[in-house]
Design a protein around this ligand. Structure first.
Ligand code: G4P
Length: 308
């Protein structure tokens, strides 16, 4: 989270990623299920094109399950393996290894035919900061302590492999990718989930944008959480923000609404799932007429599948 992506840092990260990726058969790219497009780094698409990859949609416990199913279909149609996981509670993690073996089945078969028996499949976990890479590594490896995210100053350490099942092993250090900032809307969504520092935008602007993003699809969740009237729900996002602050009694002396406190509360409650399970963007199929992935979630449907 504290990483500053100045060019020198980016070049070093890129180099490290290239070195690590050369050691593995399959990459597990962890994305945040609330923003499966915005939290995905296109650099990996260049570096790892047409090679086996699993998109692990993590924090699925916080995302809208219907949208997660749409996103899983979207990525599967593009040739990725997908799993929906909640690494915090260990849900869905067990699907990763068999899927990796399935996706690399042909390669292993070819190697067996050339007489190379018994080799373990090598995996690594990558993703932008805060998507849950370390939590995924710890869950996969059954370890309680935090995955090491880098060498300590002054200490050099070789990469280590953690044995998973009988056929696979995992690089113990995650590959860190940088978020894509070129599209400002992507930056807003990454900021909403708390994966970049809040000072990218001022907190008030961010929380108003958050309301604009979620209101079309999740009006009823907002209404329920903040006991809003139908009239309040149809106000501008700024007025809605004010109404929410007033409902919570966040007032300054003189009766003005405390915008900053309201903003922090809204973003905190979204990030911790208190408002409900929300996804901030949908794939194009779920939204006819749009070509690009990554537009805001906008329709209103029921709920369905759960993470298994
Ligand atoms: P990273 O290595 O990709 O940077 O992420 P890390 O595993 O450190 O996880 C970042 C935060 O996300 C952690 O919270 C972690 O507990 C939480 N997290 C990981 N997976 C899940 C998940 O599936 N569901 C939910 N709800 N949370 C998950 P934290 O330590 O409290 O950090 P922070 O939230 O203060 O950043």
């Amino acid at each position: 989270m504290e990483i500053q992506w100045f060019p020198g840092h980016m070049a070093k990260t890129r180099r490290k990623m290239q070195e690590s990726i050369a050691l593995v058969d399959l990459v597990v790219e962890v994305v945040d299920a609330r923003i499966p497009y915005s939290s995905k780094n296109p650099y990996l698409d260049e570096l790892w094109a047409r090679r086996p990859r699993i998109i692990a949609m993590n924090k699925a416990d916080l995302a809208d399950p219907v949208c997660s199913a749409d996103w899983a279909r979207w990525y599967q149609n593009q040739g990725f393996g997908t799993v929906m996981i909640d690494a915090l509670h260990g849900k869905g993690i067990r699907q990763i290894e068999p899927l990796a073996l399935e996706l690399c089945g042909d390669k292993l078969q070819r190697e067996r035919e050339r007489g190379r028996e018994g080799r373990r499949l090598r995996l690594m976990v990558t993703g932008i900061p805060n998507v849950g890479k370390s939590t995924v590594i710890n869950r996969l490896s059954g370890r309680a302590e935090a995955a090491r995210t880098g060498n300590k100053p002054g200490v050099t350490r070789a990469e280590q492999w953690i044995r998973l099942g009988s056929q696979t092993e995992l690089l113990d250090t995650p590959g860190i990718l940088w978020p894509k900032f070129e599209d400002p809307e992507v930056g807003v969504r990454i900021a909403c989930i708390g994966s970049i520092q809040d000072d990218i935008l001022d907190i008030y602007t961010l929380s108003v944008k958050f309301l604009d993003l979620v209101r079309p699809r999740y009006a009823s969740l907002l209404q329920e959480r903040y006991r809003l009237t139908d009239e309040e729900l149809s106000l501008t996002a700024e007025e809605l923000h004010e109404a929410i602050g007033a409902r919570r009694g966040f007032k300054l002396s003189g009766g003005r609404i405390d915008w900053e406190r309201t903003s922090r509360m809204l973003l905190d409650e979204f990030r911790s799932g208190k408002i409900g399970r929300m996804t901030l963007e949908l794939p194009p199929e779920a939204f006819p007429g749009k070509e690009e992935a990554g537009h805001a979630a906008q329709d209103d449907r029921g709920t369905d599948p759960e993470i298994s």
